[in-house]
Write a protein that binds this ligand. Structure first.
Ligand code: GRF
Length: 209
């Protein structure tokens, strides 16, 4: 059984997609042990609580400096000891010591086709604003393992989504979620839980037997 801890900052629709996939059996061999948020008002915490999943609030704002937060956050995660940490719309940079402690055991969903529209400053709605500004016709989402870089770890899965005439950042964000994010993230968890994904060097390989 893969024990997952899910980190969230906002609405939690990706968290909901994981919960729904656990209920429907689309994700198997997986147990969600905690929902962790930097934002005490995150709707995502309510979604977890509605299923009886413990919620934990840890924000950099509660600590004197970033290093103190980094230490405390990593210590908390080590205490929870999940097999996999899932970043589902988590807007806090993962401490380097946590990346080291959970090497190839942290996954993130990013709302673009990495390496386009990613890295510092590309989060949430901003990604879709930049996509529309640049005028690209295809965008999408990416699930990847987290390394010490920003949106740079080995890619597990990607799905393309068309930009359409008249899109606003909000409309495009919603389409990317519906057509890509809510499908890719649960599927990646299921692949990891069932041993179909492994990392070799800086690449992900699939073992579909
Ligand atoms: C998603 O678009 C995710 O990819 C991005 O932030 C958004 C979170 O949405 N990083 P939600 O909280 O899962 O609804």
């Amino acid at each position: 059984m893969l024990r997952i801890a899910v980190c969230v900052s906002g609405g939690g629709t990706n968290l909901q997609a994981i919960l729904d996939s656990l209920d429907s059996g689309a994700v198997t061999n997986t147990e969600m042990i905690a929902v962790i948020s930097n934002n005490p008002g995150a709707r995502a915490l309510e979604r977890g609580a509605a299923r009886g999943i413990p919620g934990i609030v840890m924000s950099p704002k509660q600590y004197p400096d970033r290093e103190a937060f980094n230490e405390a956050f990593t210590a908390k995660m080590c205490e929870l000891a999940p097999d996999l940490v899932v970043l589902a719309g988590f807007l806090v940079r993962i401490p380097p010591q946590m990346v080291a402690a959970f090497s190839n055991r942290i996954v993130n969903i990013h709302p673009s086709l990495i390496p386009s529209f990613c890295g510092v400053g590309y989060y949430g709605l901003k990604v879709h604003e930049k996509v529309l500004e640049r005028g690209v016709k295809v965008t999408g989402a990416t699930v990847h393992f987290v390394n010490e870089g920003m949106d740079e770890g080995p890619i597990i899965a990607q799905k393309a989504v068309y930009v359409e005439e008249g899109d606003t950042p909000e409309i495009l964000q919603r389409r990317v979620m519906e057509q890509a994010e809510w499908i890719l993230l649960p599927r990646a968890i299921d692949d990891i839980a069932n041993g179909r994904v492994k990392v070799e060097g800086d690449k992900v390989v699939f073992c579909r037997s």
